[in-house]
Design a protein around this ligand. Structure first.
Ligand code: 5GP
Ligand code: MG
Ligand code: MG
Length: 183
Protein backbone atom coordinates (compact mmCIF):
# COMPACT_ATOMS: atom_id res chain seq x y z
CA UNK A 1 0.00 0.00 0.00
CA UNK A 2 1.00 3.57 -0.61
CA UNK A 3 2.33 5.12 2.59
CA UNK A 4 0.79 8.50 1.86
CA UNK A 5 -0.32 10.61 4.81
CA UNK A 6 -3.94 10.08 3.89
CA UNK A 7 -3.65 6.34 3.65
CA UNK A 8 -2.03 6.28 7.10
CA UNK A 9 -5.42 7.30 8.56
CA UNK A 10 -6.55 3.78 7.74
CA UNK A 11 -6.08 1.51 10.73
CA UNK A 12 -6.87 -1.60 8.79
CA UNK A 13 -6.87 -2.21 5.05
CA UNK A 14 -9.67 -4.60 4.20
CA UNK A 15 -9.24 -4.65 0.44
CA UNK A 16 -6.29 -3.45 -1.59
CA UNK A 17 -6.48 -1.84 -5.00
CA UNK A 18 -5.36 -5.15 -6.56
CA UNK A 19 -8.01 -7.17 -4.73
CA UNK A 20 -10.70 -4.69 -5.74
CA UNK A 21 -9.72 -4.82 -9.41
CA UNK A 22 -9.64 -8.63 -9.37
CA UNK A 23 -13.09 -8.75 -7.79
CA UNK A 24 -14.53 -6.30 -10.32
CA UNK A 25 -13.09 -8.39 -13.16
CA UNK A 26 -14.87 -11.45 -11.71
CA UNK A 27 -18.13 -9.53 -11.48
CA UNK A 28 -17.66 -8.23 -15.03
CA UNK A 29 -17.37 -11.79 -16.43
CA UNK A 30 -20.71 -12.71 -14.82
CA UNK A 31 -22.38 -9.56 -16.10
CA UNK A 32 -21.06 -10.14 -19.63
CA UNK A 33 -22.44 -13.68 -19.59
CA UNK A 34 -25.84 -12.70 -18.18
CA UNK A 35 -26.42 -9.84 -20.63
CA UNK A 36 -24.95 -11.47 -23.72
CA UNK A 37 -26.68 -10.12 -26.83
CA UNK A 38 -28.69 -7.67 -24.71
CA UNK A 39 -28.60 -3.92 -24.41
CA UNK A 40 -27.21 -2.69 -21.07
CA UNK A 41 -27.47 0.62 -19.25
CA UNK A 42 -25.39 0.90 -16.10
CA UNK A 43 -26.60 3.44 -13.56
CA UNK A 44 -24.20 4.75 -10.95
CA UNK A 45 -25.48 6.13 -7.68
CA UNK A 46 -23.59 9.34 -6.89
CA UNK A 47 -21.27 10.01 -5.29
CA UNK A 48 -20.03 6.80 -3.71
CA UNK A 49 -20.28 4.63 -6.80
CA UNK A 50 -18.01 6.77 -8.97
CA UNK A 51 -14.94 4.55 -8.56
CA UNK A 52 -16.84 1.28 -8.95
CA UNK A 53 -18.58 2.64 -12.06
CA UNK A 54 -15.30 3.75 -13.62
CA UNK A 55 -13.53 0.44 -13.00
CA UNK A 56 -16.41 -2.02 -13.44
CA UNK A 57 -17.51 -0.44 -16.71
CA UNK A 58 -13.96 -0.57 -18.06
CA UNK A 59 -13.68 -4.21 -16.98
CA UNK A 60 -16.67 -5.04 -19.20
CA UNK A 61 -15.66 -6.22 -22.66
CA UNK A 62 -18.83 -4.99 -24.30
CA UNK A 63 -20.74 -1.83 -25.07
CA UNK A 64 -22.57 -0.22 -22.19
CA UNK A 65 -24.26 3.10 -21.72
CA UNK A 66 -23.57 4.91 -18.47
CA UNK A 67 -25.97 7.14 -16.60
CA UNK A 68 -26.09 8.58 -13.09
CA UNK A 69 -28.52 9.29 -10.32
CA UNK A 70 -28.03 11.27 -7.14
CA UNK A 71 -30.37 10.51 -4.29
CA UNK A 72 -30.44 11.77 -0.78
CA UNK A 73 -31.81 9.77 2.06
CA UNK A 74 -33.54 11.65 4.84
CA UNK A 75 -32.72 10.64 8.37
CA UNK A 76 -30.11 10.87 11.04
CA UNK A 77 -26.49 11.01 9.93
CA UNK A 78 -25.40 7.41 9.99
CA UNK A 79 -28.45 5.31 9.14
CA UNK A 80 -30.74 5.93 6.20
CA UNK A 81 -34.47 6.23 6.80
CA UNK A 82 -35.73 4.87 3.51
CA UNK A 83 -37.29 8.22 2.66
CA UNK A 84 -35.44 9.20 -0.45
CA UNK A 85 -35.34 12.30 -2.61
CA UNK A 86 -33.99 12.42 -6.16
CA UNK A 87 -31.35 15.14 -6.43
CA UNK A 88 -30.35 14.22 -9.98
CA UNK A 89 -32.48 11.97 -12.13
CA UNK A 90 -31.42 9.79 -15.05
CA UNK A 91 -30.92 11.44 -18.42
CA UNK A 92 -31.99 8.23 -20.16
CA UNK A 93 -35.50 6.96 -20.74
CA UNK A 94 -35.23 3.41 -19.41
CA UNK A 95 -38.49 1.96 -20.68
CA UNK A 96 -37.80 -1.40 -22.32
CA UNK A 97 -34.14 -1.34 -21.30
CA UNK A 98 -31.92 -3.51 -19.11
CA UNK A 99 -30.82 -1.40 -16.16
CA UNK A 100 -27.98 -2.39 -13.86
CA UNK A 101 -27.71 -0.18 -10.77
CA UNK A 102 -24.11 0.07 -9.59
CA UNK A 103 -23.36 0.94 -5.98
CA UNK A 104 -20.35 0.75 -3.72
CA UNK A 105 -22.02 -0.48 -0.53
CA UNK A 106 -25.38 -1.66 0.70
CA UNK A 107 -25.92 -1.11 4.39
CA UNK A 108 -29.61 -1.30 5.35
CA UNK A 109 -30.60 -1.58 1.70
CA UNK A 110 -33.34 1.01 2.16
CA UNK A 111 -31.97 3.41 -0.45
CA UNK A 112 -31.57 0.75 -3.11
CA UNK A 113 -34.89 -0.84 -2.33
CA UNK A 114 -36.55 2.52 -2.90
CA UNK A 115 -34.53 3.03 -6.08
CA UNK A 116 -35.50 -0.34 -7.53
CA UNK A 117 -39.19 0.42 -6.92
CA UNK A 118 -38.82 3.86 -8.48
CA UNK A 119 -36.99 2.59 -11.59
CA UNK A 120 -39.31 -0.40 -11.98
CA UNK A 121 -42.27 1.98 -12.27
CA UNK A 122 -40.66 3.35 -15.46
CA UNK A 123 -41.23 0.02 -17.23
CA UNK A 124 -37.68 -1.11 -17.92
CA UNK A 125 -37.08 -4.57 -19.34
CA UNK A 126 -35.11 -5.47 -16.22
CA UNK A 127 -33.55 -3.88 -13.12
CA UNK A 128 -30.68 -5.54 -11.27
CA UNK A 129 -28.14 -4.40 -8.68
CA UNK A 130 -24.38 -4.73 -8.54
CA UNK A 131 -22.58 -3.67 -5.39
CA UNK A 132 -18.97 -4.04 -4.35
CA UNK A 133 -19.75 -4.38 -0.64
CA UNK A 134 -22.71 -5.56 1.39
CA UNK A 135 -23.26 -5.38 5.14
CA UNK A 136 -25.21 -7.92 7.21
CA UNK A 137 -28.26 -5.66 7.77
CA UNK A 138 -28.93 -5.65 4.03
CA UNK A 139 -29.61 -9.38 4.12
CA UNK A 140 -32.85 -8.61 5.98
CA UNK A 141 -34.13 -6.39 3.12
CA UNK A 142 -36.32 -7.90 0.43
CA UNK A 143 -34.05 -6.45 -2.25
CA UNK A 144 -32.42 -8.91 -4.60
CA UNK A 145 -28.79 -8.07 -5.22
CA UNK A 146 -27.59 -10.01 -8.22
CA UNK A 147 -23.89 -9.14 -8.08
CA UNK A 148 -22.03 -8.75 -4.77
CA UNK A 149 -18.28 -8.30 -4.45
CA UNK A 150 -17.84 -9.02 -0.77
CA UNK A 151 -20.01 -9.38 2.30
CA UNK A 152 -18.34 -7.47 5.12
CA UNK A 153 -18.85 -7.15 8.88
CA UNK A 154 -20.83 -4.26 10.32
CA UNK A 155 -17.94 -1.77 10.42
CA UNK A 156 -17.67 1.72 8.97
CA UNK A 157 -15.34 1.61 5.99
CA UNK A 158 -13.84 4.32 3.78
CA UNK A 159 -11.93 4.62 0.54
CA UNK A 160 -12.60 3.82 -3.11
CA UNK A 161 -15.61 6.15 -3.22
CA UNK A 162 -16.67 5.68 0.40
CA UNK A 163 -16.39 8.82 2.52
CA UNK A 164 -16.17 9.96 6.08
CA UNK A 165 -17.44 13.56 6.10
CA UNK A 166 -16.77 13.76 2.34
CA UNK A 167 -13.13 12.77 2.75
CA UNK A 168 -11.27 9.55 1.88
CA UNK A 169 -13.26 8.87 -1.29
CA UNK A 170 -10.03 9.09 -3.31
CA UNK A 171 -8.17 6.36 -1.44
CA UNK A 172 -7.26 3.42 -3.66
CA UNK A 173 -7.81 0.85 -0.92
CA UNK A 174 -10.80 0.22 1.34
CA UNK A 175 -10.30 0.14 5.08
CA UNK A 176 -11.39 1.26 8.50
CA UNK A 177 -10.31 4.57 10.01
CA UNK A 178 -7.91 4.96 12.88
CA UNK A 179 -9.56 6.19 16.10
CA UNK A 180 -7.55 9.47 16.04
CA UNK A 181 -9.48 10.53 12.91
CA UNK A 182 -12.77 10.62 14.80
CA UNK A 183 -11.50 12.67 17.72
P1 5GP B 1 -28.47 2.11 2.95
O1 5GP B 1 -28.11 0.81 2.26
O2 5GP B 1 -28.42 1.96 4.44
O3 5GP B 1 -29.75 2.68 2.48
O4 5GP B 1 -27.40 3.21 2.61
C1 5GP B 1 -26.22 2.94 1.97
C2 5GP B 1 -25.39 4.21 1.97
O5 5GP B 1 -24.93 4.50 3.29
C3 5GP B 1 -24.15 4.03 1.13
O6 5GP B 1 -24.38 4.42 -0.23
C4 5GP B 1 -23.16 4.92 1.84
O7 5GP B 1 -23.27 6.25 1.38
C5 5GP B 1 -23.57 4.87 3.29
N1 5GP B 1 -22.80 3.86 4.04
C6 5GP B 1 -23.26 2.72 4.59
N2 5GP B 1 -22.28 2.04 5.20
C7 5GP B 1 -21.15 2.77 5.03
C8 5GP B 1 -19.79 2.59 5.43
O8 5GP B 1 -19.37 1.60 6.06
N3 5GP B 1 -18.91 3.56 5.07
C9 5GP B 1 -19.29 4.67 4.38
N4 5GP B 1 -18.35 5.54 4.08
N5 5GP B 1 -20.58 4.87 3.97
C10 5GP B 1 -21.48 3.93 4.30
MG1 MG C 1 -23.84 4.48 -2.64
MG1 MG D 1 -21.38 9.00 2.68
Amino acid sequence: MDASHVESDLVNVLFTEEQIQAKLAEMARKIEADYEGEDLLVVGVLKGAVMVMADLSRALNRHVEMDWMAVSSYGSGTKSSGVVRIMKDLDADISGRNVLIVDEIIDTGLTLSWLVTNLTSRRPKSVEIATLLRKPDALAMPVDVKYVGWDIPNEFVVGYGLDYQEKYRNLRDIGTLAPHVYS
